[in-house]
Design a protein around this ligand. Structure first.
Ligand code: CO
Length: 211
């Protein structure tokens, strides 16, 4: 059986099992969505938002791209934020990066001429890496540098989101959280929760060192 066929067979099994477990499940899905969380994560296949948080369809409004980046000038990520905040009225925006991120690693390497779209997309991340060069070189191994940049990248996206008029003008404004997922044990670490006042300091500091 080819791979797409396998996916379709699995889908039939999932639909049957879901309906058997919860007979009202699909009827509720048809009625509409009311997610409370916008998830901005990496496209990496190893970090599926719903799976790692045990969420169901309807729980998360999801945007994923290489290295979980948010650009206010990019209609793709900005439209997702706009819809999530203004129409769905989500209470939380979670940026979830991950250790061992290939997009983050690429930002520390010379651009690959075969990947012009990726290069353009991660240009702000490359710029962030340059401004953080000193701090990153304090880490001995490439792996540590990639992982530290992955954390600082999450904080930078959080800063951008918190500064976005879409978030600032919302009433109530959604809380913006920064998380990072570890591939080696499946656990998420909270870098900034959006709840504590000192979080703002962490983000501001990261933003200043990135500015
Ligand atoms: Co990644």
């Amino acid at each position: 059986m080819n791979r797409p066929k396998r996916l379709l067979v699995a889908n039939v099994a999932w639909a049957h099992e879901t309906a058997a477990r919860n007979p009202g499940f699909f009827r509720d899905l048809v009625r509409g969505q009311n997610p409370h969380v916008l998830w901005i994560g990496c496209s990496d296949s190893r970090v599926p938002a719903e799976t790692i948080t045990q969420c169901e369809p309807g729980d998360l409004f999801v945007h994923r791209n290489i290295a979980n980046l948010f650009h206010p000038g990019d209609d793709n990520s900005a439209s997702v934020l706009e819809y999530a905040v203004r129409v769905l009225k989500v209470g939380h925006v979670i940026v979830c990066g991950h250790y061992g991120c290939g997009g983050v690693r690429a930002a520390l390497l010379p651009p690959d001429p075969g990947l012009p779209h990726v290069n353009r997309r991660i240009a702000p991340l490359c710029a962030l890496a340059k401004t953080l060069r000193e701090e990153l070189h304090g880490h001995a191994s490439e792996r540590e540098r990639v992982d530290r940049l992955a954390e600082l990248n999450v904080l930078e996206q959080v800063r951008r989101l918190r500064a976005s008029p879409i978030v600032l003008e919302a009433d109530p404004a959604p809380l913006v959280h920064g998380w990072i997922f570890a591939l080696d044990d499946g656990r998420i670490k909270v870098l900034t929760s959006g709840y504590e006042a000192d979080d703002a300091t962490t983000c501001t500091t990261a933003a200043h060192s990135a500015a």
